[in-house]
Ligand binder design. Structure first.
Ligand code: GLA
Length: 395
């Protein structure tokens, strides 16, 4: 290992010092993520296949003696007083990034005996509101940095409990998300996707073919309605589960337990939306292990077909895609060196992910840029990333 400081730590420390006039005591980093397949299955206790990105969120922090927590965002400005761990007024109106920091501070250091405050600087190279899990990355990096400065136990000693805490913070912020994002943000492995069983929470590393990179294109549609639409999909899955339970006379803990035979019964009774929502979940769950298998075998045709099928199912059955995402997928299909493409994350805007031969990635990104610009006069800001490591304190 080299003794040289991580460049992300160096620049975050400089920015912290410029903002607060002293050096930080800890700098933490947490990656964004893409999901390769297994979309909207995590909260149905299904299987997912995400990978951590090389882009992420950096948080530099130092303790304060007065119980006040202040934060500066590289992107959104500040300093904002996000809260007081020693009591005092609660700010009701905070920008959403600061509300996340407040929630993390309450969880991580709120109960610390001395109730220490902290100054935080937040930066990084991951876009927000693009469906790349920037909020989970922000929560994880803030938690790691705050725990270090407050000298409370590193929350990462228990990954599952840490991931559940991150999910709780997201739920309090209004999105009833599943466990996938915090788990991959914490457990990402260089060169690998993670096959996560969202029922048992077992995680298996799936090495990606070394000749491919992940290319991300941003539809640029801010996911403003995402929260309510996402929560509605969750409700619909629950309604479908309940209907199946009644129709089949069997108990189903989640849609994970539904079979194709169950689907036929559901389709008979409720041929519309409810059936399509359930069909997406059941079939998408099946596709995950088929993609794992295709990646092991380096079978690019099979990988492409599965990613295509996943996208079409999200578009027509689960109805979470948008015109921009569909066009990005169409542009990528058949492009030289591209194995497969689909929307990634919750949808209603956000990004696509493509598996692309490393050598072909520059030309692929230029093609995606040009095709999207011709329609929307803006760039989908494509970038390439290998699968990266999970969150950590930077040395
Ligand atoms: C969001 C949520 C995840 C997951 C995906 C859809 O990213 O945070 O828990 O449900 O949407 O697969």
């Amino acid at each position: 290992m080299s003794n040289e400081a991580d460049p992300r730590k160096v620049s975050a420390s400089e920015a912290f010092e410029a903002a607060f006039g002293r050096a930080p005591e800890a700098v933490a980093w947490a990656p964004g993520r893409v999901n390769l397949i297994g979309e909207h299955t995590d909260y149905n206790e299904g299987i997912v296949l995400p990978a951590a990105l090389e882009r992420g969120i950096v948080v530099a922090a130092a303790a304060r003696g007065d119980g006040i927590v202040r934060a500066v965002s590289q992107r959104y400005g500040g300093p904002v007083e996000v809260g007081r761990t020693l009591g005092g007024p609660r700010h009701l109106e905070l920008p959403s990034w600061a509300a996340y920091v407040r929630a993390v501070a309450r969880e991580v250091v709120g109960a610390a005996p001395s109730g220490p405050g902290a100054d935080l600087w937040i930066g990084g190279d991951l876009s927000s509101a693009a469906g790349l899990s920037s909020s989970a990355a922000l929560v994880v990096a803030s938690a790691l940095a705050l725990a270090e400065t407050a000298r409370v136990e590193n929350p990462a000693v228990d990954t599952i409990a840490f991931a559940q805490m991150v999910r709780l913070v997201e739920h309090r912020a209004g999105t009833l998300c599943g466990i996938m994002d915090p788990l991959v943000v914490l457990e990402g492995r260089r060169g690998c996707a993670l096959r996560i069983d969202c029922r048992s929470l077992e995680i298996a590393e799936v090495p990606l073919p070394p000749e491919i990179v992940l290319v991300v294109c941003d539809s640029g549609v801010e996911r403003s309605l995402a929260q309510s639409a996402y929560n509605r999909r969750r409700d619909e899955c629950e309604v479908a589960r309940g209907a199946l339970e009644r129709l089949s006379g069997r108990s189903l803990r989640s849609l994970r337990d539904a079979t194709r035979d169950d689907l036929a019964i559901l389709g008979h009774a409720f041929p519309g939306e409810l059936y399509r929502r359930a069909r997406h979940v059941v079939e998408e769950n099946d596709r995950v292990d088929r993609l794992v298998d295709a990646l092991w075998r380096n079978d690019r045709e099979a990988a492409g077909r599965l990613m295509d099928a996943s996208h079409e199912s999200l578009r027509h059955d689960f109805e979470v895609s948008t015109a921009e995402l569909d066009e990005l997928v169409d542009d990528a299909r058949g492009a030289a060196g591209c194995w497969g493409t689909r929307m990634t994350g919750a949808g209603f805007g956000g990004c696509t992910v493509s598996l692309v031969d490393r050598d072909a990635a520059p030309a692929f990104m230029a093609h995606m840029d040009q095709a999207f610009r011709a329609r929307y006069s803006r760039s989908p800001r494509p970038f390439a990333s290998s699968a990266g490591d999970g969150a950590r304190l930077l040395q």
